[in-house]
Ligand binder design. Structure first.
Ligand code: LCV
Length: 259
């Protein structure tokens, strides 16, 4: 059974993440289906994509599927990790991707939402960035996605506390574009997508790619990269990383020892 629903309306496409019983945890299967849909949209002259969950959900996405994270000793967020693949697929898609968000957005789900070009949420939406809760050493690309979206003191607070922030705060910070009541959000987002789809797709595609390239244009020396990878390896080799995974699987609070 497919974990997503897709719909094409003229030059606009809709992807509904529909694995509700697992709170749209970003499993490899779910992510493969989304990236496959995006690839098919490239061939169908799609000029705007809406990424959403079913109307009225309490959780937009519970983030990375924790059951698919590797045990300690392996980088949990390497280049080919499915979450990284999805973030890049959204950022590199040659048309705007609009996140229509209701409910809670957790962990890697925040990065997926923030990889989208425009974010519209209902008032109940929240955003929680959770590596610290699991003992995960977030990866550089992910940190950059967040740094480009969130003012540094707030990004640090979200990363260090792993606590949700409300849509109202996200709006004030410019992380999201609009908050709309649940009874209005769908028509508002679809009208916004239609407006974009009526403009020049070539002009929009090149401006989206220019913004992506400039936002990721950070000089990083091999020494700096290796230092960061070494620091990350200490974390994903640690007992704490394993404890974070075990605690999640055993549905209990983790007891981190700092080693
Ligand atoms: C696998 C899940 C998940 C899930 N994975 O429903 O950013 S990083 O670095 O942290 C990155 C590694 C990452 O994204 O990690 C994941 C971070 N996500 C979270 O910390 C959120 C974990 N989930 C929850 O806190 C709750 O599920 C929420 C609050 C989202 C929803 O709570 P609710 O009571 O509505 P359940 O917890 O009962 O979840 C329903 C089913 O979905 C599974 C969960 O294990 C349960 O499965 P079972 O019915 O088989 O027990 N599930 C939820 N999130 N991220 N599986």
């Amino acid at each position: 059974m497919s974990l997503i629903l897709t719909e094409i309306r003229d030059t606009m496409a809709i992807i509904v993440m529909n694995h509700v019983q697992k709170r749209n945890a970003l499993s490899e299967t779910l992510i493969d289906e989304i990236t496959l849909a995006l690839t098919s949209f490239r061939e169908s002259n799609i000029r705007a994509v809406i990424l959403r969950a079913p109307a009225g959900v309490k959780v937009w996405s519970a983030g990375h599927d924790v059951s698919e994270l590797p045990n300690r000793g392996r980088d949990p967020l390497g280049w080919s990790d499915s979450l990284r693949v999805l973030v890049r697929a959204i950022q590199e898609f040659p048309a705007p991707v609009i996140a229509l968000i209701e409910g809670g957005v957790w962990g890697g789900g925040c990065e997926v939402a923030m990889a989208c070009d425009i974010l519209v949420t209902t008032p109940d939406a929240t955003f929680a960035i959770t590596p610290a809760k699991l003992g995960v050493p977030y990866n550089l690309g992910g940190i950059l996605t967040l740094m480009n979206m969130i003012p540094l003191p707030v990004a640090k607070e979200m990363l260090f506390t792993a606590q949700p922030i409300p849509a109202s705060q996200a709006l004030n910070l410019g992380i999201i574009n609009y908050i709309k009541p649940s009874e209005e959000i769908e028509s508002f987002v679809y009208a916004l997508a239609a407006h974009i789809a009526a403009n020049s797709p070539l002009s929009i595609a090149v401006m989206k790619e220019e913004l992506r390239l400039l936002a990721s244009a950070h000089a990083i020396t091999p020494e700096l990269f290796e230092r960061i990878q070494g620091l990350r390896r200490i974390v994903y080799d640690s007992q704490d990383y394993q404890e974070g995974l075990n605690a999640f699987r055993e549905k209990r609070k983790p007891r981190f020892q700092g080693k």
